[in-house]
Design a binder for this molecule. Structure first.
Ligand SMILES: [Zn+2]
Length: 141
């Protein structure tokens, strides 16, 4: 069983094929399938709940972790996995970026709906930008 098959086997009402599926989101009371699952060409599994659930929560509800979305890393010549070298694990950085991107997404959604953006929100957006920027710098990309 591939990693994506393993993931899909834990979800309800799975539909789709060719690397793209929909299913019921296990993190909220999902009436219609609002979870999209996609397998990237690099072996990464992408998922998105259209009701707005955090990916970590969706995975947590089926006993999986963010790390399970990524293909196993190959060991380098010195036997040290690349993810063990930086002060932060790549998965931690991804989690930070994911949360901050979600903040931006929520605010962008409000703006799109014509909701006014107050000072507090503007401040939070700036913090999100700074955190993403910092995480990217830690990741050395
Ligand atoms: Zn959900």
């Amino acid at each position: 069983m591939t990693r994506v098959e393993q993931l899909l086997s834990r979800l309800a009402r799975v539909k789709g094929r060719n690397g793209s599926w929909t299913a019921c989101c296990p993190a909220h009371d999902d009436k219609g399938p609002s979870l999209a699952v996609k397998e990237g060409e690099d072996g990464r599994i992408l998922m998105h709940c259209f009701a707005g659930c955090n990916t970590a929560d969706v995975l947590g509800a089926i006993g999986m972790e963010m790390n399970d979305l990524f293909p196993p890393k190959e060991k380098t010549q010195d036997g040290i996995r690349p993810s063990m070298k930086p002060a932060f694990f790549a998965s931690d950085l991804m989690r930070i970026i994911h949360v901050e991107a979600l903040v931006v997404q929520i605010v962008a959604f409000d703006i799109a709906k014509g909701k006014p953006v107050n000072e507090e929100t503007r401040e939070r957006m700036l913090t999100a930008y700074e955190r993403i920027d910092e995480a990217v710098r830690y990741a050395n990309v």
